[in-house]
Design a protein around this ligand. Structure first.
Ligand code: FES
Ligand SMILES: [Fe+2]
Length: 395
């Protein structure tokens, strides 16, 4: 009998992904978990009297700021006959639809129907679907969940306690280490990457050239642990003087990446928070708020993507193939990666811990409980993270 080929593609089973952890539409398990938290939907500077499209958790929305200064977020399709409010005009009291001029305030109330007798006697019966928004850290946050479950908008110590000369700057241009503003793949691929500590010396230290620093190129020792509101990765690397760099990165539910600066220009507690916003099931983007001393964010613009110190946007397709970074690796996993085909190994322990935690919280919400990290106490203390880069003596 002739030796048969083994392991060929012909033997593989149909591929599947874990829908309960990846899909974010209303009514899906993860979509309902996501809708129990506030999410950034734009920079504060995006909310102006020019309407701006925002797609969030699979919903098409329009962000604006009325001429009285109130930010508003409404569903795109006008409640009258469905045209897009993106073409509307912003006024003192709200946004006016281009088609028949119905005027909606920031809470979706219909204030005028100019084509109707007496400006619309039944206009109070119409409500343009809207979401509550709040401004903080240079961002506009929206709550898209059940109104009776609306938590307070959390505050974070790393963005509240500033050293002299520091201020908060917000950014929406890139994933952490470079890439386009919108990544065409599922949000969880990015979120898991934060706990994928071992990819740093391979992807960022070898394939991309030295994308961060020489020390970050070292193969670290890593331990993962659950925290009160997420999972942390604790890694150590030896510095040239024999001391040890201890680095902690955290993921915090629902989507926060709490990652100290990988360029490690100095040591101390984490300088920024990145919110991984699921645009829909197959796109995400990152909003970042950081403590800075100079405008333009704490990361050198595009430096992470800039193998050969070129910005990601200036790299050719061939350069991106030759020097891939986070963008290429995560988008390369596919629109929604096939979990059925993975072979998770010991270095993926943090990813398993995160999936377990997300699963438990999806189930908690399905049982009618509140997920971790939501607070209804308006006087809640700012949340403190462990994340940071620190130097210690060799133990
Ligand atoms: S479709 Fe908006 S006013 Fe008619
Ligand atoms: Fe990375």
């Amino acid at each position: 009998m002739k030796n048969l080929d083994t392991g060929t593609g012909y033997e593989t089973k149909p591929s599947t992904y874990i829908a309960a952890l990846t899909e974010v539409g209303r009514g899906t398990p993860m979509g309902e978990l996501m809708r129990r938290y506030w999410h950034p939907v734009g920079l504060a500077s995006h909310a102006t009297d020019t309407p701006r499209e925002a797609r969030v958790l699979g919903e098409d929305l329009v962000l604006f700021r009325d001429k009285s200064g109130r930010p508003g977020l409404v569903q795109t399709r006008c409640a009258h006959r469905g045209t897009s409010l993106f073409y509307g005009k912003v006024e003192e009291q709200g946004i006016r639809c281009c088609y028949h001029g119905w005027l909606f305030d920031t809470e979706g109330r219909c204030l005028e129907q100019p084509c109707e007798p007496e400006g619309g006697k039944l206009r109070d019966r119409v409500r343009q679907p809207w979401y509550p928004v709040q401004e903080l850290y240079g961002l506009i946050f929206a709550y898209m969940g059940p109104p009776e479950k609306k938590p307070v908008l959390p505050r974070y110590e790393c963005l509240e306690v500033l050293a002299p000369g520091e201020f908060i700057d917000a950014d929406d241009t890139s994933i952490g280490s470079g890439g386009g503003a919108i990544a065409p793949c599922n949000w969880l691929q990015h979120f898991e990457n934060v706990l994928d500590t071992y990819h740093v010396p391979i992807l960022h230290g070898n394939f991309s050239g030295t994308q961060f620093t020489e020390v970050m190129n070292q193969m670290p020792k890593v331990k993962w642990d659950n925290t009160r509101h997420g999972v942390k990765a604790f890694s150590t690397r030896t510095l040239p003087d024999g001391k040890v760099m201890e680095r902690t990165t955290e993921v915090v539910l629902p989507t926060l990446r709490v990652v100290p600066n990988p360029f490690v220009g100095g040591y101390g507690r984490v300088e920024s928070i990145g919110w991984t916003l699921p645009i829909d099931d197959t796109h995400y983007r990152i909003y970042t708020a950081a403590r800075v001393r100079e405008k333009g964010l704490f990361l050198p613009k595009g430096a992470g993507a800039a193998t050969n110190r070129k910005r990601w946007s200036d790299m050719s397709a061939e350069e991106r193939r030759e020097f891939p970074g986070d963008w290429e690796a995560q988008v390369g996993q596919g629109a929604i990666t096939f979990h059925s085909d993975e072979h998770l190994a010991t270095s993926d322990h943090g990813i398993l811990m995160l999936r377990r935690m997300l699963n438990s919280q999806v189930n908690a919400v399905a049982r009618g409980e509140d997920p971790v990290g939501v607070s209804f106490d308006p006087d809640a203390e700012p949340i403190v993270f462990e994340a940071g880069n620190f130097v210690v003596d060799a133990r």
